[in-house]
Design a binder for this molecule. Sequence first.
Ligand SMILES: *Cc1c(COP(=O)(O)O)cnc(C)c1O
Length: 340
Amino acid sequence: MPRSLVTIDLAAIRHNAGVLMRVLESSELWAVVKADGYGHGAVDVSRAALEGGATMLCVATVAEGVALRAALREARILVLGPTPDDDVSLAREASLELTATDERVPEDVPVHLKLDTGMGRWGLGELEAPGRSVVGVMTHLATSESDPGFARGQLERFRSATEPYAARYMRHAANSAAALTLPETRLDAARCGIALYGVDPFGVDASRFDLRPALRWESELGQVKRLLPGESTGYGRRFVATEETWIGIVPVGYADGFRRDLSGTEVVVGKTRAQVVGTVSMDAVAVRLPEEFARGAPVTLVGEGVSLEDHARVAGTIGYELACGIRTAPGRGEREVQNG
Ligand SMILES: *Cc1c(COP(=O)(O)O)cnc(C)c1O
């Protein structure tokens, strides 16, 4: 057993793509695989998503697109972020599609014009007469997870601005949350990331949408010790035992993406939930055990019985950020892909 093992279940990705395809009916599913597939591995996830029915891969940068192109010769790849002028020729060579986020609309490469309808970030304020390189028009919703009313308003602005072009260009607006819960946003295609990975965009529980988490993160107890009352574990003595307490040390820490603000969250030791206590260090965390466990007892950090959503609530963040932060490196943690 390496210090920890991240397993990516491609069957879950294919399953989730199938769920989204059914939800989307006649709209296309575009798989968002930026940031190395939300930390899951962009190439593996892309293959599985395409097998599951996705018709486009979306990345954030030209560099991500070029890397993906090396592995996937045929797939359509769209760069969602702004592209510096210097990168346009690279994008053209790699047959990428680009997003124009301001008035600089590249020629001789397929372009999706991004309209800012309320995100207040990248995007054109108005849709000018689209040039001949344009193949799509898009917008991005700011509140599909939190304020469906505002999202509907954005969609209305988008619809009215793009209605004259509806027949000529693909129109796309939805992310995962919108695709799952706001049918009118589905248009010609939905750009789905988090749901594809089996994480609930609303941070509650992905199983209510029949989505399956694709990422498991496992380790084991590297040491088990008994603290006497008054003894502590970890930096700063932030956990001091008030009674005899069994403590397990897991060889994973914030350098692996188990963040310091996950102190207080629970993991699963054997089949029992156990709380992370004290300060999370760079390479280790302590868990409070209900009884003595053997060294080497399996620890599920993310997986059966404990989700990224659970951890995100404790850390005051979102599953997206935790998934992107999980890191494996030679000698630290390993990554395995299951294709069954
Ligand atoms: C990241 C991103 C998405 C995917 O969002 P999810 O909530 O992960 O589905 C869609 N569109 C754009 C423009 C994005 O940047």
